[in-house]
Design a protein around this ligand. Structure first.
Ligand code: NAD
Length: 490
């Protein structure tokens, strides 16, 4: 399948996983995102993961002029529309903002699509449109009883799309009603990382496992369910992503006016307690829980009737609860290392290499002295880094401190540096402490040759005196140069 796909909100949780699945199927992907809750770094990881390119356009879907331009110039076959605000509680306190982004944004998108002649759409809807269903499993014909502003914005979005399809027979759309997406890509390179305090269950469980929260609150254990805790239809994020690929294929293969509403769920419910047990098993961490009062409007059991997706789209969820937990944990424990910045060093996976260049012309005993001096410099340099991390309150646990002492003769530099640079393909930052400027030049050249590491910033700290000052400068330098590759002194 080689389609040109515009993905709105593609830098977010579901968007990044769907971009991965689309790229894996050979699609050309362009993302438009205002980066309010997604990051360009996540899309860099998508590129690294798929070894494919994609284009990110930073724009707001409510910006009419930008959206018209993007669609006019893009020559897209289909749009996958994720961009929206999604925090239910926030939608209660600021409903107008939700209508503006989710409804207003969708209207602008459809207008720009129509003007550009792009008439195939996959829309992110939600099981929230069903509100508090009276029976389970829920099928697509259940009444839409969205019980909060967020849910209503999704139901209105579906209505706008259905009306547009009715009005113009050239349009086709699939509205996907997601149940409870959880987990992360199997690689642990992308996952869910809300910029604000998480409100979904799995990110909260991960925070408890990481010690960021003391315990998990479970809202009620006397519900009419097998273990008394609420039952939800948790679905692995990669299953969900693949559902989008199937929806795109279906749109492209089934010409003719159509607007389809489809549940994306497993068709099976798991209780909150079952999820906690599976997570403990997968992570080896205990999740302390406390039973809190039932929240108003809490529905004991919600899960999908997933037959339509199977019969029409040929899609079925296949990853079990264990995989959802194992993948969520893999991502969370890595994400901790790559956490968003809190201090100048946080958010960096820090790779420290000490390169000591052994000079061929040095007499033997001087060489030995030079090695001792180099070792001492390494230890002092490390202590300085730890000291600065401490000063900036950088949690050491967030760092992967890969310390290696490489000694090599000039003639072996290329091989040694190449293996050093590729040892950690996930490193976003490399810190080279070296006594030789030529080593840095070499390192910069090598990093440019490693796929996916082209934007890897490299810094050089000339050791050998003034280590604390140099390390502080280095930290400030790294802090300033997250996004580009620059050299010490630039
Ligand atoms: N995550 C869930 O549990 C869930 C469940 C059901 C439905 N959904 C829907 O799926 C979609 C994606 O959800 P997600 O979990 O990936 O959310 P997310 O917040 O991680 O991703 C949404 C992305 O849209 C971007 N965005 C928001 N408003 C924008 C605007 N006006 N212009 C351009 N970009 C904008 C954000 O920066 C973010 O990258 C949303 O429409 C959401 O309502 C999510």
């Amino acid at each position: 399948m080689k389609h040109r796909v515009l993905v709105t909100g593609g830098a977010g949780y579901i968007g990044t996983h769907t971009c991965t699945a689309l790229l894996d199927q050979g699609c050309e992907v362009t993302v438009v995102d205002n980066l309010s809750n997604g990051t360009a770094e996540a899309l860099e990881q998508v590129k690294r993961l798929t070894q494919q390119n994609l284009t990110l356009i930073e724009a707001d879907i409510r910006d009419r002029e930008s959206m018209h331009r993007i669609l006019r110039e893009g020559d897209f076959d289909v749009v996958v529309h994720f961009a929206a605000l999604k925090v239910l509680t926030e939608s209660l306190s600021d409903p107008v903002k939700y209508y503006d982004h989710n409804v207003g944004g969708t209207a602008v998108l459809l207008e720009a699509m129509q003007a550009a002649g792009v008439r195939n759409l996959v829309f992110s809807s939600s099981a929230a449109v069903y509100g508090m269903p009276e029976t389970v499993p829920i099928d697509e014909n259940a009444p839409l009883l969205g019980s909060n502003p967020y849910a209503r914005t999704k139901a209105i979005g579906e209505s706008i799309i259905a009306d547009q399809v009715r009005a113009d027979p050239r349009w086709r759309a699939v509205c996907l009603r997601y149940f409870n997406p959880v987990g992360a890509h199997e690689s642990g390179l992308i996952g869910e990382s809300p910029l604000n305090v998480p409100t979904n269950l799995m990110p909260i469980v991960c925070e408890v496992a990481l010690g960021k929260r003391p315990r998990l609150q479970i809202f009620g254990d006397q519900h009419p369910t097998p273990d008394g805790t609420c039952v939800r239809d948790f679905i692995h994020i990669m299953d969900l992503a693949e559902g989008h690929v199937r929806a795109v294929e279906w749109l492209m293969q089934n010409p003719g006016q159509n607007c389809l509403n489809v549940n994306l769920g497993t068709g099976n419910g798991h209780s909150v307690q079952q999820l906690v047990n599976a997570f403990e098993e997968a992570s080896g961490r205990r999740i302390p829980c406390e039973i809190a009062p039932v929240r108003p409007g809490e529905v004991p059991s919600v899960f999908a009737q997933a037959d339509l997706a199977r019969d029409v789209l040929g899609w079925q969820a296949k990853r079990p609860l264990d995989a959802m937990c194992a993948d969520a944990w893999r991502w969370a424990s890595r994400a901790r290392e790559r956490a968003r910045p809190r201090g100048p060093l946080c958010g960096f996976r820090l790779q420290i290499d000490h390169f000591h260049v052994q000079r061929a012309e040095q007499p033997h005993h001087l060489d030995r002295i030079a090695r001792v001096v180099a070792m001492a410099q390494l230890v002092i340099g490390l202590l300085c880094v730890l000291f600065v991390m401490h000063l900036h309150d950088a949690p050491r646990s967030q760092m992967e401190l890969a310390v290696r002492h490489l000694e090599f003769a000039k003639r072996r530099q290329m091989a040694e540096l190449r293996s050093a640079a590729s040892i950690d393909p996930l490193a976003e930052q490399a810190l080279v402490i070296t006594t030789d400027r030529a080593v840095v030049e070499l390192f910069i050249g090598l990093i440019g040759q490693i796929p996916g590491q082209a934007a890897l910033p490299v810094a050089m700290c000339l050791n050998g005196g003034g280590e604390i000052e140099a390390t502080c400068r280095l930290v400030r330098f790294l802090d300033r140069t997250r996004d580009g590759r620059r050299r010490w002194g630039d």
